[in-house]
Design a protein around this ligand. Structure first.
Ligand SMILES: [Zn+2]
Length: 280
């Protein structure tokens, strides 16, 4: 197709941010900073490579996801621990905060609650920023590696994609079958994963994660959380996933409790205020 005469003028229209975030309920980062100064470890679980694990994070506590042993990417699902129908909504989190999250960003829950489930309070990889390829860390653009896409692309039957790992771990936690757990698994926060979109074709890309043992991302639980984390079969995601080819390492999830009194004034966010009448 020949472009119209005013093609350049149309392309030159400046973009507008879809969701300016200045009217969102603000996270009191100073309060969280005070609280995180004196934390007591409460519980810790190791996520084995190509597997997933579950941990509960009471509201008002912190969850740290640690890189241990070697560079490794994690696929994180978050649930309201008291109502698994309230789950992390990666698409809306992306629309509000951008393609990747770091300190100060919040992780939002699904409709109809749409409230911050967690706030990122520390990220040892926040120095990375955006690289020359348009890549950054901790993305909310990927979905989760899964056996269905693998089957579509290469007719494979691989059982340790993050989707399957999350399904097994959640089923074990629920004490129910895979059929009950699988529909609850949702698009993830890709912890430590370095991704972006190619500028020429707009395709989703990944590159070796800059994470090293000792790095961690820390989330403040705004509500009682159930965190389910898969140590991705892609390892550092430098080459491929959905196979056993990549070097994989464990990840640790650690829950920390702040000292009494340091969160005075903080209250868990209420559910969304929309009246749900939908014009009827
Ligand atoms: Zn994965």
């Amino acid at each position: 197709m020949n472009p119209p005469k005013d093609a350049d003028a149309r392309r030159a229209v400046p973009p507008v941010i879809c969701y300016p975030t200045d009217t969102l309920p603000a996270a009191d980062m100073a309060l969280y900073q005070t609280a995180r100064d004196r934390l007591t470890p409460l519980s810790r679980v190791t996520v084995a490579p190509r597997d997933a694990a579950v941990i509960k994070v009471p509201a008002g506590h912190f969850l740290r996801i640690h890189s241990v042993d070697g560079p490794q990417v994690g696929d994180l699902n978050l649930f309201n621990a008291n109502d698994l129908s309230e789950r992390f909504y990666s698409g809306k989190t992306r629309a509000l905060h951008g393609t990747h999250v770091t300190t100060g960003d919040r992780l939002w829950s699904s409709f109809p609650t749409l409230r911050p489930m967690a706030t990122v309070t520390h990220d040892t990889l926040d120095w990375y920023g955006m690289d020359a390829f348009g890549g950054s860390v901790h993305d909310v653009i990927g979905t989760r590696c899964d056996p269905y896409t693998g089957n579509l692309l290469s007719d494979a039957q691989y059982h340790h994609c993050c989707h399957s790992n999350l399904t097994r771990a959640l089923a074990g936690h629920m004490g129910q079958g895979l059929d009950a757990a699988e529909p609850l698994v949702h698009d993830v926060l890709n912890v430590f994963m370095c991704t972006g979109f190619t500028r020429d074709t707009g395709q989703y890309f990944m590159k070796a994660s800059p994470v090293r043992p000792g790095d961690y991302i820390e989330l403040f639980a705004e509500i009682d959380l159930l965190a389910v984390l898969s140590a991705c079969p892609g390892g550092d995601c430098s080459a491929e996933h959905s196979s056993d080819a990549a070097a994989c390492y464990p990840l640790d999830m650690e829950v920390l409790r702040p000292q009494d009194g340091t969160l005075d004034g903080w209250v868990p966010p209420v559910v969304n205020g929309y009246d749900r009448s939908h014009g009827v």
